[in-house]
Design a binder for this molecule. Structure first.
Ligand code: OGA
Ligand code: NI
Length: 335
C-alpha cells in the first residue's frame, strides 16, 4: 500500500507510468478551457438574505457551482485546516497508513487514485485521499488520525463550522425551490464525510488527471482549495471552466442527490481535476450526505406542476449503483 500512494513515488519518475496515461479523449488538452469565463461568486455577507438566496439558486440552476465569500469561517481555521492536511500528506507512507487504519470497518481510510473501480487494470489518477466520517454526534472520531498532533482538534472545529455553513446554504436552496427551509436538515444531511485530497506534482500534466470527470454522490460539496493553483474545472455547455481559487473562499457544488430532490432543477455538474508539474495541491472536501436508510426522491411539492423525473431510492442503494456505474449512473436513477 505504501508504495501505491502517488506521494510515495512520484519524485522517482520523470515521465508518467503507463497506467496513469489517460485515453486521448479524456486528456486535459482535448477540449479547450474556456477563457475569461468564471463561475458565480456569492457574497454571504450581504444584508439582504433574499438577494443571497436568489444568487445561490440561480448559480445552482445554471452552473451547479459557485464560490462563497464572507461565509463566516475564520481565516485562522482555514489556514490551520489546510496546514494540518498538508502535514498529514507529507508524513511517511507508513505513518499515514497507520494513522488512517484504526477502524476495521473502514470509516477512516486512505486510498490512492479513486475509491471506486480501483483494480490495477483501471486507468489510475494522480492523487491520494484521506477520507473519514464526521457526523455532528462526534461518533467515529476515535478512528481519526492522531498525528499531526492537533489533527482531531482542528478537524473537529472545521467540520462543526462547515456543518453550520452547509445547513445555511441548504436552507436557502430549499426555500428558493419552494420547500420548507428545513426540508434537508435532518437525516438527509447528518452523515457528512470529510475528504482531504493530495495531488503531487506530475511530470506530464497533459497526459494525466488528478480526478476524472464526475458528479458528486451527495447533496452538496463544500471545497477548500489552495490559493494560486488552478486545477478544478467544471463542465458547462460542453466547455471546461476553470474554478480559479479565491483566497479563503469556499467552492460549493450541487451533488446528484440534490439534483434528484430538486427534480432536476438544480444541476449536479460534472467536474474534474487536472495536474501540474510545479506544485503539490491539497484540497479539503466536506460532503453533505444522508444516513444510509434515507429515501432520496424528488420533493413532492416539486412534482405537482412538473413531471417526476427520478425514481425513489434509498441512499444505500444509490451508493451501490454509484460504486458500480461511476459516471454513467444517471440512466439508472430515472423513473
Ligand atoms: C471531490 C472533488 C475537487 C478537488 O472531492 O469530489 O471534486 O479539487 N474535489 O479536489
Ligand atoms: Ni467532486
Amino acid at each position: 500500500m505504501d508504495r501505491m500512494l502517488v506521494s510515495s513515488w512520484f519524485h522517482l519518475h520523470s515521465s508518467v507510468p503507463l497506467s496513469y496515461v489517460q485515453p486521448p479523449e479524456s486528456r486535459p488538452g482535448m477540449v479547450a478551457v474556456a477563457s475569461g469565463k468564471i463561475i458565480p461568486v456569492v457574497d454571504l455577507g450581504l444584508h439582504d438574505r433574499d438577494e443571497i438566496l436568489r444568487h445561490i439558486l440561480k448559480a445552482s440552476e445554471e452552473y451547479g457551482f459557485f464560490q462563497v465569500i464572507n461565509h463566516g469561517v475564520s481565516k485562522e481555521l482555514i489556514e490551520d485546516t489546510l496546514n494540518i492536511l498538508k502535514e498529514f500528506h507529507g508524513m511517511s507512507g507508513e505513518e499515514k497508513i497507520r494513522e488512517s487504519s484504526r477502524d476495521p470497518n473502514g470509516s477512516c481510510k486512505l486510498y490512492t487514485s479513486r475509491e471506486i473501480n480501483n483494480n490495477k487494470d483501471c486507468i489510475q489518477f494522480w492523487r491520494d485521499t484521506l477520507r473519514h466520517f464526521c457526523p455532528p454526534s462526534g461518533d467515529f472520531m476515535e478512528f481519526w488520525p492522531q498525528k499531526p498532533a492537533r489533527y482531531r482538534e482542528v478537524v473537529e472545529k472545521y467540520t462543526q463550522e462547515l456543518r453550520k455553513l452547509g445547513l445555511k446554504i441548504l436552507e436557502m436552496l430549499c426555500e428558493g425551490l419552494g420547500l420548507e427551509p428545513e426540508y434537508c436538515c435532518g437525516g438527509l444531511s447528518d452523515s457528512p464525510v470529510f475528504l482531504a485530497h493530495h495531488y503531487p506534482p506530475c511530470p506530464e500534466p497533459s497526459l494525466t488527471l488528478g480526478t476524472p470527470k464526475h458528479r458528486d454522490p451527495n447533496l452538496v460539496t463544500i471545497l477548500l482549495q489552495e490559493k494560486d493553483i488552478s486545477a478544478l474545472q467544471v463542465l458547462k455547455d460542453g466547455e471546461w471552466i476553470a474554478v480559479e481559487p479565491i483566497p479563503y473562499a469556499f467552492v460549493v457544488n450541487i451533488g446528484l442527490l440534490l439534483q434528484i430532490i430538486s427534480n432536476g432543477r438544480l444541476i449536479g455538474a460534472e467536474h474534474r481535476v487536472v495536474t501540474n508539474s510545479g506544485t503539490a495541491r491539497t484540497t479539503v472536501a466536506y460532503f453533505i450526505r444522508p444516513r444510509n436508510e434515507m429515501i432520496i426522491e424528488p420533493a413532492k411539492p416539486l412534482t405537482i406542476s412538473a413531471a417526476t423525473i427520478y425514481r425513489s431510492i434509498t441512499f444505500e442503494d444509490f451508493l451501490t449503483i454509484f460504486m458500480t456505474k461511476g459516471p454513467d449512473i444517471e440512466p439508472h436513477l430515472l423513473l
